[in-house]
Design a protein around this ligand. Structure first.
Ligand code: SF4
Length: 124
């Protein structure tokens, strides 16, 4: 069977394809503009991973939400559970960008960090 995947590592979006036999062995990978595409293709077939970027509520801040992201991609199958963990986070201003909110999300080598500074609201 020929498997086709669009590489999402960079904006070029190369169309990758390769034959994959019944034992999961991958043939020559075609269409990759660079070596990273070949690694991506193999990972997508064996252990697909994704990053998460979202936002969490902030109490008493000049903005109501703070953007957060994971520091490394985690297995695609774990994304719903990871989002469930992130949805429980509540912050109180001030918030500093780069603050680690969760160490080792779900036991993976990925933390959840803030990506925005949020000052306290001036109004009470
Ligand atoms: S194969 Fe290389 S050049 Fe093509 S999209 Fe992936 S990272 Fe970019």
């Amino acid at each position: 069977m020929v498997k086709k995947i669009t590489c999402i590592i960079c904006p070029n979006g190369c169309s990758l394809s390769a034959s994959v036999d019944e034992n999961g062995r991958i043939g020559k990978i075609n269409g990759a503009g660079c070596i990273r595409g070949e690694a991506y293709f193999k990972q997508e077939l064996t252990d697909p991973r994704r990053t998460i970027a979202t936002s969490v509520p902030v109490e008493g801040g000049e903005l109501p939400l703070c953007s957060v992201r994971v520091t490394c991609a985690i297995p695609k199958a774990a994304i719903p559970e990871a989002i469930g963990v992130i949805r429980k986070i509540r912050l109180t201003a001030p918030v500093e960008a780069g603050t680690v909110l969760v160490h080792g999300l779900l036991g993976y080598e990925s933390d959840v960090i803030t990506t925005k500074n949020i000052a306290r609201s001036e109004t009470k």
